[in-house]
Ligand binder design. Structure first.
Ligand code: BG6
Length: 462
């Protein structure tokens, strides 16, 4: 077979996952509670078919077998996250030795199999005690996070050379403080912007700590879900709507992380509406001096917007949506299970934007994937024939390849995710993995996409 699309040498082929979604053992090994354990205990009805985070995919017990499977399908890198409430139950104070042993074992096992650990420090899973103390609204929690991050660098930094401070830090803002899909289910934009701002401060302080260590070959970055905001038309009103969306949903994190400052337009907009967060002396310099080395880009779907049809209800809570309406483009391609549009070119547009406006920072696709319901339908001779996933990945890779050919600094592609895992409120509704997981027995079975991806990574292209 001749390879049409060859990727640069050393391209990172792998997948990503998160502690709460795959480890299970939520009340084992000395782990403390996080907001997901708590929310499930208090409102199980919020979770698809009432399935909570207690056992998820059981990576905690099956990591050796899983890493072997990663190796078999040609992974040279994999991104897990560390569970803060497992490493430091309660969020501050004593480190839990059982957790240190577990993560040491995982990273050692990966390295022994030539799979580089890309380690994320926070994937939506705030320790409950710290949430009770105000979560990201409280600057003491920022300090606690920096201590936790520093502890991770100290414990694992001799082997882990790629660190990420946060995965999609905007999601806890949207889910927890605007749109009611994460605990603590607050609806209050002012508090949301404070949470967003303090998260960025926590991020910059962790970057500062890491850079102080001066670790050879060590890099630290952040993972952002960059969702291009396409306007319905070139009408100035539609363009304005898409620009505001971009400010709220992309540039609010991308600019401070990569350029070291917030967009002035965003600051003005928030000021005009009395929504600016509280800041402290020295914050500006902190952001300016602690930019990321590496950027992870999660891309699933585009955002399409148009100018608002009607004025917002002045008595409703202030929302970013006061400035735009979502636009359903006729003929758009959909993943009906997740309700997300599939627009492969988005990946290229993101990369070109990074090249042109963000100094062509070193980046990679840290998540991309397709969640499908009832995949059992596609079972044939014991294997899920997920041709739709293969097509999805290949179509995105083609655009990524084109971006690289045009000089974009993209270094890898990670699928969401390795194993079917627990997707927050959607629990096991949509399956994303290269391997299916029987949620009763936890048995893993390779899907067709697993062997396809093995070939692609072996050939470094397709
Ligand atoms: C990303 C997250 O937003 O998308 C993952 O980093 C998540 O945690 C994934 O699981 C897929 O989204 P969902 O909501 O279908 O699980």
């Amino acid at each position: 077979m001749s390879i049409q699309k060859k990727f640069p040498e050393g391209f990172w082929w792998g997948s990503a996952a998160s502690a709460t979604q795959m480890e299970g053992a939520a009340s084992e090994g000395g782990k403390g509670l996080n907001i997901w354990d708590h929310w499930y205990a208090t409102e199980p009805n919020r979770f698809f078919e009432g399935v909570g985070p207690e056992s998820t995919s059981d990576f905690y017990h099956k990591y050796k077998q899983d890493i072997k499977l990663m190796k078999e399908i040609g992974h040279n890198s994999f991104r897990p996250s560390i569970s803060w409430s497992r490493l430091i139950p309660g969020g501050t104070g004593e480190v839990n030795q059982e957790a240190v042993d577990f993560y040491n074992n995982v990273f050692d096992e990966m390295i022994a199999n030539d799979i580089e650990p890309f380690v994320n420090l926070f994937h939506f899973d705030m320790p409950l005690e710290l949430q009770n103390a105000g979560g990201w609204e409280n600057r003491d929690v920022v300090d606690a996070y920096v201590e936790y991050a520093s502890k991770c660098f100290e414990l694992f930094g001799d082997r882990v050379k790629k660190w990420f401070t946060f995965n999609e830090p905007i999601v806890p803002v949207e889910g927890g403080y605007l749109y009611d899909f994460h605990y603590p289910n607050v609806v209050d934009a002012k508090r949301a912007f404070q949470v967003a701002y303090n998260t960025m401060i926590a991020h910059a302080k962790a970057v500062e700590e890491y850079h102080k260590l001066n670790i050879k070959d060590g890099k630290i970055g952040i993972i952002l879900n960059l969702t291009p905001s396409y306007p319905r038309s070139q009408n100035p009103a539609d363009l304005k709507a898409s620009n505001i969306c971009d400010l709220f949903f992309n540039r609010s994190f991308l600019d401070p992380a990569v350029l070291g400052e917030y967009p002035q337009e965003l600051i003005e907009l928030l000021r005009e509406h009395g929504q600016l967060p509280e800041t402290k002396d020295g914050d500006k310099e902190l952001l300016k001096n602690n930019k990321v080395d590496l950027l992870g880009v999660n891309y699933y779907q585009p955002r399409r917007v148009k100018a608002k049809e009607n004025l917002p209800n002045p008595y409703s809570p202030f929302m970013p949506d006061w400035f735009f309406d979502n636009y359903e483009m006729p003929g758009r391609k959909m993943n009906p299970y997740r309700g997300w549009e599939i627009y492969e070119k988005g990946i290229y547009d993101i990369m070109i934007n990074l090249k042109e406006n963000y100094g062509n920072i070193e980046s990679f696709i840290s998540e991309n994937g397709m969640g499908v319901q009832n995949e059992g339908r596609f079972l044939k001779d014991g294997r899920i024939e997920d041709d739709y996933r293969i097509e999805f990945i290949q179509d995105h890779l083609e655009w990524l390849h084109k971006a690289i050919e045009e000089g974009c600094n993209a270094k890898g592609y990670h699928l969401w995710t390795f194993l079917d895992n627990w997707s927050w409120m959607n629990a096991y509704k949509n399956r994303y993995g290269f391997f299916s997981v029987d949620i009763e027995t936890k048995e893993r079975t390779a899907k067709k996409s697993a062997s396809w991806f093995a070939e692609v990574s072996r050939n470094n292209g397709f």
